[in-house]
Design a protein around this ligand. Structure first.
Ligand code: PLP
Length: 446
């Protein structure tokens, strides 16, 4: 409406005057105003409609403004907006019960945080206290959050300017078949060599010093490169053998994104700790947490856990989680994500890869896919260098957006990450727009 657009213009002015933004220079830039959102669509400050193929930051897994979740937040707000974490609260108890039920193995206790970064901070703290060790292993090409330790264990360039006080953090090379660090030519070779590298690193760092290994089950922002067969099983075996706590970061991959409730379910691996956030309540109210195994829980049965947050298990956030999980179950959204990946997104992307020479690789599952753009398929030279953008990538993204799709892009990749309940026709329409944007990318192939 006209009123919404006028409010949007005012908000844009005030934003430039007073809001300090994440991850970027504050100088001249023109953030997109969003005046409304519904399901898989958002409307910008000019009233243009976009299909949200980003799920914002890959978190609105049930789309925007799901009526059952909005109603649950309203109902909870009318009853009890907030309560300190030491008190029992029905929304928190029920959210914890549901998450424990969904989590694999004996991960039956939940510590709630405000988001993903602090979930990882607490998981590492638990692992250090549980083992009495200090070091943490994490993968290059990963993202674990913006707080100090979370950004230190992160393996992407956002770590570089923040890389101090990273005591005990050691990075390893992940299994990443498209650009194998190990010279592997088959999936089995990649798994075998990546695991040998990891075991060597554990031995060389001293297993008795290593508290935890943190790994995204399917690395998200770093490229949606799912593990080759056997890799996660090998990580589980190695960490168990050396007494290292295995933390699966499922902040992005969890809660249906991969077509399973937790991504580890695809490989039937049970970590010691799982961190989650984002999809747990579709981001309607900030929430994250750590699902904790019985063995680690036992460490803190008679010993105080030295950590806490004013908003741990916030009633509004937990009520949103209960309603989100309920809506996902009732509407079969996890199964739908699996089907969309297997029957719509995957086949279409593979067909696009055949026709567009700019496509180096397509990979993914569920509603979690990456398209990697290259200048040359033989050399795999990326369309934007690691850690940056390029005029060419910007042109491709601009074409996609001009066609009415809001994309998630990172370096030389476009991620196809719509809400799990996006209508088939909308997914197909978005992929048709991608087809046209890829024609722009083809123009840069040498
Ligand atoms: N871990 C992963 C895998 C993520 O993708 C993110 C956010 O993108 C985080 C952790 C950090 O979560 P938050 O931004 O909620 O702190």
């Amino acid at each position: 409406t006209e009123d919404q657009l006028a409010a949007g213009r005012r908000a844009h002015e005030l934003d430039l005057a007073h809001v300090f933004h994440s991850w970027q220079a504050q100088g001249p830039f023109d953030p997109m105003t969003v005046v409304a959102a519904e399901g898989s669509y958002v409307w910008d400050g000019e009233g243009r409609r976009y299909l949200d193929f980003s799920s914002q930051l890959v978190n609105t897994n049930i789309g925007h403004q799901h009526p059952a979740v909005v109603a649950a937040i309203q109902e909870q707000a009318g009853r009890l907006c907030t309560i300190a974490p030491q008190h029992v609260n029905d929304a928190r108890s029920e959210a914890a019960r549901l998450i424990a039920e969904l989590a694999p193995g004996d991960l039956d206790h939940v510590f709630f945080t405000n988001g993903g970064a602090d979930a990882n901070e607490h998981a590492i703290r638990m692992a250090r206290l549980h083992t009495g060790r200090t070091k943490v292993l994490s993968a290059y090409r990963s993202y674990h959050g913006g707080t100090q330790l979370a950004v230190n264990v992160t393996g992407d360039p956002r770590r570089f300017p923040n890389d101090y006080s990273a005591e005990g953090v050691v990075h390893f090379m992940p299994a990443y078949q498209y650009r194998s660090y190990f010279g592997a030519t088959t999936e089995a070779e990649e798994t075998e060599r990546a695991l040998r590298h990891l075991e060597d690193l554990i031995v060389l760092e001293g297993p008795a010093n290593i508290a935890a290994l943190i790994l995204e089950t399917v690395p998200g922002t770093a490229g949606i490169y799912g593990p080759p067969a056997g890799y996660l099983e090998g990580v589980r075996e190695l960490t168990a053998r050396y007494g290292i706590v295995y933390i699966a970061d499922e902040v992005m991959a969890g809660f249906g994104r991969t077509g399973r409730w937790f991504a580890v379910d695809r490989w039937e691996v049970t970590p010691d700790l799982i961190t989650f956030a984002k999809g747990v309540n579709s981001g309607y109210v900030p929430l994250g947490g750590v699902a904790i195994s019985q063995a680690i829980f036992e460490t803190f049965r008679d010993r105080a856990y030295p950590g806490g947050l004013t908003y741990s298990g916030h009633p509004l956030a937990c009520a949103a989680a209960v309603a989100t999980i309920g809506a996902m179950r009732e509407e079969g959204m996890v199964e739908n994500a699996d089907r969309l990946g297997a029957e719509v997104i995957g086949p279409t992307l593979r067909e696009l890869a055949q026709r567009h020479p700019s496509v180096g690789d397509v990979r993914g599952m569920g509603c979690f896919w990456a398209v990697e753009l290259v200048r040359n398929r033989e050399t795999k030279e990326p369309l934007a260098a690691y850690g940056g953008s390029s005029p060419e990538m910007n042109a491709v993204i601009a074409a996609f957006k001009a066609d009415g799709v809001l994309p998630f892009a990172n370096f030389n990749r476009i991620h196809i990450v719509p809400p799990l309940n996006t209508a088939d026709a909308d997914v197909r329409r978005g992929l048709e727009a991608l087809d046209r944007a890829l024609s722009v990318a083809d123009g840069f192939v040498d």
